[in-house]
Design a protein around this ligand. Structure first.
Ligand code: GAL
Length: 837
């Protein structure tokens, strides 16, 4: 056995002391008008939002590493108060809520953190991040000059700051946190709240500053942010923004990479050409910090979705998709953009732009100073490309695009010329089957036996449930005589939101739903009454509490009435003010049917699904083994109605097969982006697949429990895996490739001219075949490429040799690689479509 000598031990001891010292050495974070300054060096920082509870700790490392490879310097996250303090003074920092572990993971990967404490966060998160109990603190009024609120907000903020300090996570202590945020987008509220709003935001600034974190505080979308808060911009574009003091840097805390979805609405896509343009435009107008909201959107697990009606998926069309897979070309094109911007960093941070006109719709932004020169050439025409002359060179600028010239001579990147591959994703069946189905009937006939309370009149829902469940039963009896029934009785229920399922004498009579824009709705429907006593049971639902709007904490939920029976021969009968009994939650919830231990009790009925008809208010249970492979997993829920899903006792969220209404036009990247542009998925379920994190599965015998409200065909539910079906790439010879640019030892740019395309399938996959390849002048788009008048006969051969069987490959776009020039004096491109398996 090898022994360690004493001198070696002493050296090791001093080395560890030295390393330890280095590790805890503080990093100084300051700023000036040009940017954040880290240890005396101005920085141009690229950041991305990844919200820790929207993925699993098993995914964090991979997501953050992908962010680093994508060219990010900073990870931004909100802190989710209601996740951390579910009841007053009872804290939760485990699992997906292990904030310290998340930040330490970022630190380990080598990135910085912007900790947006809020604690109001908006974020399409239940109740905007506030715990529901906060609403019931006597005398409270949210986000204004109100003592109980301020006390609670300060308490939580101190708790988080204290925790970060004790773990030495602020940069001032040697940790990765270089920035933090207090409040969130208060600018729009302050207008409503008047002087109390102003007093509150002054207090918030002082309170935060008093916590002495040693790093700057931000306030986003708050033009009047008091000193020393840095006010920042959020939006689809932020080039127009200037901070409220000349000593503050121009920062963009939310560059919206896409948009969120609500059940019944379309999905939103934001073309990367436009997002890249927005970022380049921000940088050319002096911006030095950009954060993508979201870089990975993830999943609203459990009942964390805000709303109402925010979908369980929070994919956001982000560069990393909900499942943690790279979204191409968005991810790769932004990575190229970040590289191009970083090549200009010195020039950008040491000078202001000189802006000159290059044409009616074209401008040059030139940064020169300290021996460097960088230029951004901007064509802001929505549809027309332009040929411009700059520094005696000609440049072709596509419509709505910016070219980046890190040396004022060569364009290394254009926001509208996408050189990276496009990946098409698919959901494929797995080898895993859902077995041993069992059912449990929610059985509303026993409802009367277990009312939580009775009251005269209708109660506000959250007052009763405190959001411990989405569900609240409102039940009452109504006596009708035989003569009353000669008409056609119907029931009218006015609800403050968000949805209701109506049961009369145990039979389902219909549902009513609000929308995110207007939570209130009226249910009207015929009802089957009989002579004598009739039982009316209304299952009212909260589908995510509101997360935005002035004093949304005062907004009401549930059936507030009137509730009226129409069509009786004796006229209408107002039931609003009679005796109602209430039941919080479902019987199955109260019995803990969702938890793996309880669920094995004998209450369940073994069934063959084929023999079952769909029925409302039904619990389903099945077992499955973890599928082989490494691909992310999802449940296909298209055959089901609405409800919630649990895997091994953990909720993966609400599901709802609600069909998307929207305006799904072909999407053109040119022109100003809005949520109404580039919608997709109209006529299909807004969300069909529900992410099942691999980290939640055991190799064998995993338990799935589903509660279905409306009725669905559970036999068609299946476990799918997400993978890349095919990849396409398309690029010109001599097209600028930013990765071929380096600074040599003299600070001069070195250029390598050969361009190439790169293909890469998903994790665990390889390139199975080449569907199409053409070096020449091919036409069409991915999925429908065709040969043009010029085509190298060697195309297919070259691609097959270099790529088939490989996980990734790189192919030079040059005559020599294709064994000769297929057409002289013609600018050629290489277009490829490859199949992954
Ligand atoms: C912002 C807000 C974010 C998020 C976003 C929309 O205004 O600050 O938290 O809600 O809108 O996704």
């Amino acid at each position: 056995m090898e022994t360690i000598s004493v001198s070696k031990l002493i050296t090791l001891f001093f080395l560890s002391l030295f390393l330890g010292f280095k590790f805890t050495h503080s990093t100084e974070i300051t700023y000036d008008n040009k940017g954040i300054i880290i240890n005396g060096q101005r920085k141009l920082l690229i950041s991305g939002s990844i919200h820790y509870p929207r993925s699993t700790p098993e995914m964090w490392g991979d997501l953050i590493r992908k962010a680093k490879v994508g060219g990010l310097d900073v990870i931004d996250t909100y802190v989710f108060w209601n996740g951390h303090e579910p009841s007053p003074g009872k804290y939760h920092f485990e699992g997906r809520y292990d904030l310290v572990r998340f930040i330490k993971t970022v630190q380990r990967v080598g990135l910085y953190v912007n900790l947006r404490i809020g604690p109001y966060v908006c974020a399409e998160w239940n109740f905007g991040g506030f715990p529901v109990w906060l609403k019931y603190v006597p005398g409270i009024s949210f986000r204004t000059d109100n003592e109980p609120f301020k006390r609670a907000m300060q308490g939580f903020t101190e708790k988080i700051v204290g925790m970060m300090k004790s773990e030495k996570l602020f940069a001032s202590q040697g940790g990765p946190i270089i920035l933090s945020q207090i409040e969130n987008e208060y600018g729009s509220e302050v207008k409503e709240f008047g002087p109390a709003g102003k007093a509150y935001i002054d207090w918030a600034a002082k309170m935060a500053d008093g916590l002495k974190t040693g790093v700057p505080w931000l306030m986003c979308k708050e033009d009047d942010a008091p000193e020393p808060m840095i006010n920042t911009c959020n939006g689809f574009y932020c080039d127009y923004f200037t901070p409220n003091k000349p000593n503050k840097p121009k920062m963009w805390t939310e560059a919206w990479s896409g948009w969120f979805s609500e059940f019944g609405g379309p999905n939103h896509e934001r073309p990367v050409e436009d997002l890249a343009l927005a970022v380049a435009r921000f940088i050319q107008t002096g911006g030095s910090y950009v954060n993508y909201y979201m870089y990975h959107g993830g999943t609203n697990f459990e009942r964390t979705a805000g709303g109402p009606f925010i979908t369980t998926s929070y994919d956001y069309d982000a560069p990393i998709d909900e499942y943690g897979l790279i979204r191409q070309p968005k991810y790769g094109h932004l990575k190229d953009l970040h590289r191009a911007i970083k090549l200009c960093e010195r020039a950008l941070l040491s000078s202001d732009a000189k802006v000159t006109s290059l044409g009616t719709y074209q401008k040059a932004y030139v940064f020169s100073g300290r021996g460097t020169c960088a230029a951004f050439l901007y064509n802001y025409h929505f549809t027309k490309s332009a040929r411009v002359t700059f520094n005696n060179e000609h440049f072709e600028l596509p419509a709505w695009s910016i070219s980046i010239l890190p040396d004022c001579k060569h364009s290394v990147f254009n926001t509208a010329k996408v050189g990276v591959q496009t990946s098409h994703m698919q959901m494929l069946p797995t080898n895993s089957r859902l077995l041993s189905w069992e059912m449990y009937d929610e059985d509303i006939s026993s409802l009367e036996e277990r009312p939580t309370m009775t009251a005269v009149g209708l109660l506000e829902q959250i007052n009763v449930t405190r959001d411990s469940s989405d569900y609240l039963w409102y039940m009452t009896n109504v006596h009708v005589s035989a003569s009353d029934l000669q008409g056609a009785p119907s029931l009218m229920v006015e609800s403050a939101g968000h949805a209701v399922h109506v049961f009369v004498n145990g039979k389902f009579s219909g549902s009513g739903f609000g929308t995110r824009e207007d939570r209130r709705f009226t249910f009207k429907g015929p009802v089957n009454l009989h002579a004598g006593m009739n039982r009316i049971a209304l299952l009212s639902l909260a589908v995510g509490l509101p997360n935005v709007g002035p004093h949304y904490e005062t907004w009401k939920t549930g059936i507030l009435g009137p509730v009226i029976l129409h069509g009786l021969s004796s006229g209408k009968r107002d039931l609003t003010w009679q005796k109602w009994s209430y039941q919080v939650g479902l019987k199955g919830e109260n019995m803990k049917l969702t938890s793996p231990n309880e669920a094995s009790s004998t209450e369940w009925m073994r069934v063959s699904l084929a023999a079952q008809k769909t029925q409302p208010l039904t619990w389903y249970k099945a077992n499955f083994d973890a599928p082989d492979g490494v691909e992310p997993l999802a449940l296909d829920m298209e055959s089901m109605g609405k409800g919630e899903i649990w895997i091994n006792g953990l909720s993966i969220g609400r599901y709802w097969t609600s069909y998307a209404k929207g305006n799904c036009q072909p999407c053109n990247y040119g022109g100003t982006y809005r949520q109404t542009k580039c919608q997709s998925g109209c006529g299909r379920p807004t969300q069909r697949w529900y992410h099942v994190p691999r980290g939640w599965l055991k190799p064998r015998q995993n338990q799935m429990v589903i509660f279905e409200e409306l009725g669905g065909d559970a036999s068609k539910i299946s476990l799918m895996k997400r993978s890349v079906s095919r990849v396409c790439a398309d690029a010109f010879e001599h097209h600028p490739m930013v990765e071929h640019w380096r600074l040599d030892s003299n600070g001069e740019q070195e250029i390598i001219h050969q361009s190439n395309i790169r293909l890469h399938c998903g994790p665990g996959q390889s390139i199975a075949s080449i569907q199409f390849a053409s070096f020449g002048t091919p036409l069409g788009t991915c999925g429908s490429f065709v040969k043009g008048s010029c085509h190298s006969e060697n195309s297919q051969d070259v691609l097959e040799k270099l790529c088939v069987g490989q996980e990734r490959c790189s192919v030079a776009i040059s005559n020599s690689n294709f064994k000769g020039d297929p057409c002289r004096n013609v600018l050629k491109r290489l277009t490829v479509e490859a199949i992954c398996s």
